[in-house]
Design a binder for this molecule. Sequence first.
Ligand code: GDP
Ligand code: MG
Length: 459
Amino acid sequence: AAVSEDNLRSPICCIMGHVDTGKTKLLDNIRKTKVQDAEAGGITQQIGATFFPVEAIKQKTAALQKTMNLQYKLPGLLVIDTPGHESFTNLRSRGSSLCDIAILVVDIMHGLEPQTLESLRLLRAKRAPFVVALNKIDRCYSWKTCPDSPIRDALAQQNEHVIREFEDRAKKIMVEFAEQGLNAEVYWRNKDLGRTVSLIPTSAISGEGVPDMLMMLTKLTQERMSKSLAFVDILQCTVLEVKVIEGLGTTIDTILVNGSLSEGQTIVVCTLEGPVVSTIRSLLTPHPMKEIRVKGEYIHHQTIKAAMGVKICAQGLEKAVAGTQIHVVGPDDDIEELKDAVMSDLTNILDSVQATKRGVMVQASTLGALEALLEFLRTCDPPIPVACVNIGPVHKKDVVRASVQLEHNKEYATILAFDVKIQNDANELATELGVRIFTADIIYHLFDQFTAYMDNIKQ
Ligand code: GDP
Ligand code: MG
């Protein structure tokens, strides 16, 4: 084991939890940027990845290094901020292998909320290790700000009312965890990391407890997961998003979970028009501490090792499907087999819905978003039947497909478009034919629009 434990990859950490608990803000605090401000409704719509190199972690945990006897064996930490609904699907399917550890963010003022419970169920089903950030500690009445300080130092500065409020709220949340069948304890009193969840009080605004959170992530992954973090050279790389970048052409943003990629390699990618074989022209990453979504200069790599958020430049990837896996063609590989393999995720989903004759058309930006939306429509009350699906912008041909419903169920001649653009001529044709297009970049807004529309028809 000694050999492999010397060569660890960076763990991938997902941030989960109820809307508005401060997931994005916590990440912003660590990297000191302002991604959260620019988002639609403050909700993260696309998965973003941020790589924290070990140097940055060392710096941010320096105040705790001695007392906690912290060592640094990992190259860094790759953190993925997931939007509410999509995170579930990502954890449930492909993405489950994507996360090594999770941070479950709980608003200390609110305790466990519906999406917290959802996240908990998934984490437990996956047996994924996680820590809890008890965020917004600064909202305890008359909290004295101690910027970026370890939480116990910050608590030592507070008056006894603040301490009492904190202890009361933490107690209450422990009881709520107990109701879910989970032991939880404030991390410095946690004597059994294997069976008791650690609660880490944090403030994403002033940074108290953030060093503790990074320290616990480092400790837990290094000490308890060194086997699963051993670097293996088997490629696991998921497409997040297709992007056209000035001067680079079409690129795909990916998460390299395991293995490595090199310039010049032949890859097979799943696209809406079938499998595409292409050559990696360049491999780019943003500068450390910056999110892949934020514009800026890129660093070029000849070879890159997991885990990392990587931008790949290659030809023919315009229609690559977000959420699918990339394969590299090795010397012994059969290209035809790889072509089938890359298409299987997409064809499975497309096949599973096209069974229903009568229903709406659903169109989304990524495979994960499509899955999330389909799951949502299936489980809402009453369920909304889906006749066909597509990924990417809405074109005229999509409107034509939806218009088939006009013959039997006029109300189903509807396109629910999630986080995608509608082409002008598609909009015109829809008006002409009487096909409705509802657009939203938050899933439940689509549901609200459609149910309001259905209620209207029934009256
Ligand atoms: P997300 O939906 O979980 O990503 O939550 P956001 O990061 O978008 O934060 C939601 C809101 O809570 C924003 O208005 C933040 O400014 C606020 N917020 C987040 N963290 C804290 C915190 O630690 N303290 C306080 N006082 N407000 C916070
Ligand atoms: Mg967010």
